[in-house]
Design a protein around this ligand. Sequence first.
Ligand code: CFM
Length: 474
Amino acid sequence: MPLKLLKCDETIPEREKHVYIKEKGEDTTQFLPLSNIETIPGSLSERGCSYCGAKLVIGGVLKDTIQMIHGPIGCAYDTWHTKRYPSDNGHFQLKYVWSSDMKESHIVFGGEKQLKKSILEAFAEFPDIKRMIVYTTCATALIGDDIRAVVKSAQKELGDVDIFCVECPGFAGVSQSKGHHVLNIAWINEKVGTFEPEITSPYTINVIGDYNIQGDTFVLEKYMEKMGVQIIAHFTGNGTYDALRGMHRAQLNVTNCARSAGYIANELKKRYGIPRMDVDTWGFDYCQEALRKIGAFFGIEERAEAVIAEEVAKYQDRMNWYKERLKGKKVCIWTGGPRLWHWTKALEDDLGMQVVSMSSKFGHQEDFEKVIARGQEGTIYIDDGNELEFFEVLEMIRPDVVLTGPRVGALVKKLHLPYINGHGYHNGPYMGFEGAVNMARDLYNAIYSPLMNLAGIDIRDDETKKFLFSEDVK
Ligand code: CFM
């Protein structure tokens, strides 16, 4: 039965269909919360815009590519300082921000000349860089700037550069999820198959849907190297523009974030016959399963077992130590979508924690199917949650720790509850074996930190709760 959250019910009754509590023995597919639809006006959504899904999540990760944002400078705000996807070439992609810096006069008279000038200027400023992605934004899409024509003429003039256009303004869809889709499909249509990679191993894969948050990609790259598997393209953690043009040459697509990159994996299967293998690369047990699946695909099981044995020997003791201290602790996972289903069982099985609430900003129905199938009974599942609902959930279940982003995190902190950045983590990597230990360490440090007690207030204490949530305080 869907859950009636009291405050939202008073303010926005339609929100009721976006929340669900799993009950015993229920056919959960009958009770999926509504998702991937427009945010209800008046609900303070935590979603990002569609341009953000293309630029900030996928394209901007590439380490050898100029990211030209065709729009007012505000659209370039959410860039290098808010995401942590390093690279092994000195983090070129995190050091610079490029924008055509549209002003009012460009909006009135058109911004194409300004874009052309910006493209030429950027390449002149970085003579070693020959690759660029140009993004439209709401302002430039609304005035109808023809970025493809501009790019064509700039390419002709410069000769040796390759530029990719992403036409996905902020308003193109209901969330960042639309931006994932637009970039995936445009890339396979226009760029895959235009570059021939050098093949150095009989076992080749693309790693799809991992964005090197705090070094996640480096961990996966290390395992693959030990197994003798060549990664043709990493979509897009620590990735290069040309490697992604050669994705058609891999024998297997290993897909982690199916939400943001399942599209390109499906198209590679359809157009080039490359099988798609979904894996979970977060989680101690899951990672073993993932390596075993890849090993079995290529018939190199013993290599996978060797990597697993080495890593387990290194990290199992530490995992056990944390499990001892984390078991039974209540945790909320409030992130984008896929991390809900990747993390819930990992935290429960690896560490004995109890995931009591999961909120997805933009997950689709298939994400909720996986989330709810892997989640516990009694857990609260929310689509596109808002501040009132988060407050109410905290009040209801009083978790020990919340994994979420800095915006909701600030809210959680105000209630003197610990939160950990579950998006662009601060102490990652969180992927693989060492990542699972890092995550356990951060959960432990957050829960056992004396800081909350020093503040003299603890939401888990009944008196405090009564005070914090009394009508007067609200
Ligand atoms: Fe995939 Fe991501 Fe996520 Fe995502 Fe995101 Fe992200 Fe996320 Mo923040 S690609 S869907 S759009 S795993 S940025 S690296 S953490 S909301 S759950």
